[in-house]
Write a protein that binds this ligand. Structure first.
Ligand code: SF4
Length: 303
């Protein structure tokens, strides 16, 4: 028997302006000439397939050769060192780095210029974090209390965050750094981006009203998994699906209301397709939810 349930969309969800602009720039180049993306433009398989269908090839930021004369730096950014290496290798570089990732780079550079030992709160190995630390090889990356316990002393410590980190975790770790080295001057620049904050806050509100949260997002999308984990911490069951076919019927058993949100690299069309799939499985969308409205200023380009 089909389960009946209500579907409620988060107030803010899905693709941010940084990903939207990066995708538009990459598609613009691909329409004109062959191009290679240095890594995944965004961590979303649906977007990746769309670019592959346009003939965009895959490359690696850390490499020094690509199959086409045009290369594209992704929204996650790159170190100046990597960017320069590609340009001086004779490649035409289209840089789709999100302005808010650039802002995080600038914040870290300012802290280092002010004499701080640089610390990045983020996931070691993530492409954005590699870009942030690439020009400051001494930078420490922390994501847990254990990482903070291993942090060496410095008189001045400058802290930034990966743009998609949960705000509560960042606050917790900044305080942990202050407690770890009470005699150090710890300067924190909040570089978690506004679209991430808006989606996390909207998820908290959503979790007050639903039993189960479905996050529409890529399998290797850090911010989509962060949304899953946050929903679970808030007491909801939560799962992730990149596309409608991945939605499992048994996830919905016993749910009166299902909440839907999406990572910042997820196309609005994909969310709509997943909602249609939920409707086929017995869901009824609550009207006037999930405007998906951007937070104030979210869609404006940031200089
Ligand atoms: S998640 Fe934030 S930093 Fe990343 S592309 Fe989107 S707006 Fe830019």
């Amino acid at each position: 028997m089909m389960t009946r349930f209500e579907i409620k969309l988060a107030e803010h969800y899905g693709m941010c302006f940084g990903v939207r602009d990066a995708l538009a720039a990459a598609e613009g180049v691909a329409r004109e000439r062959p191009a290679t993306i240095l890594g995944q433009l965004v961590h979303n398989e649906v977007v990746r397939e769309r670019l592959a269908a346009m003939g965009v090839q895959d490359g690696e930021l850390a490499a020094s050769r690509a199959p086409t004369a045009d290369v594209i730096v992704t929204a996650h950014g790159a170190s100046d060192r990597d960017r320069t290496r590609w340009a001086s290798g004779g490649y035409a570089v289209t840089d789709t780095t999100c302005p808010l990732v650039r802002k995080a780079h600038g914040a870290l550079a300012q802290l280092v210029a002010a004499g701080c030992a640089p610390v990045v709160i983020g996931k070691a190995g993530h492409v954005e974090v590699r870009g942030l630390t690439g020009d400051f090889p001494g930078a420490q990356v922390v994501l847990s209390d254990e990482d903070v316990a291993a942090l060496p002393f410095a008189e001045k410590i400058g802290v930034v965050a990966q743009t998609t980190q949960p705000i509560e975790r960042v606050g917790h770790l900044v305080e942990a750094i202050r407690r770890r080295h009470p005699s150090a001057e710890v300067i924190f620049k909040d570089t978690v981006c506004q679209p991430t904050k808006a989606r996390q806050t909207a998820l908290r509100d959503l979790c007050r009203e639903v039993e189960f949260v479905l996050v529409v997002g890529g399998a290797n999308s850090n911010n989509s998994w962060e949304l899953v984990e946050k929903a679970r911490r808030l007491g909801c069951r939560a799962e992730r699906a990149a596309r409608p076919e991945e939605v499992k019927e048994h996830w919905l058993y016993g749910c009166g209301t299902v909440g839907v949100t999406a990572g910042t690299s997820t196309l609005r069309d994909t969310v709509a397709e997943v909602v249609r799939r939920l409707e086929e499985l017995g869901g009824v969308r609550i009207p006037d939810t999930g405007g998906g409205r951007p937070a104030k200023g979210e869609w404006e380009r940031v200089a």
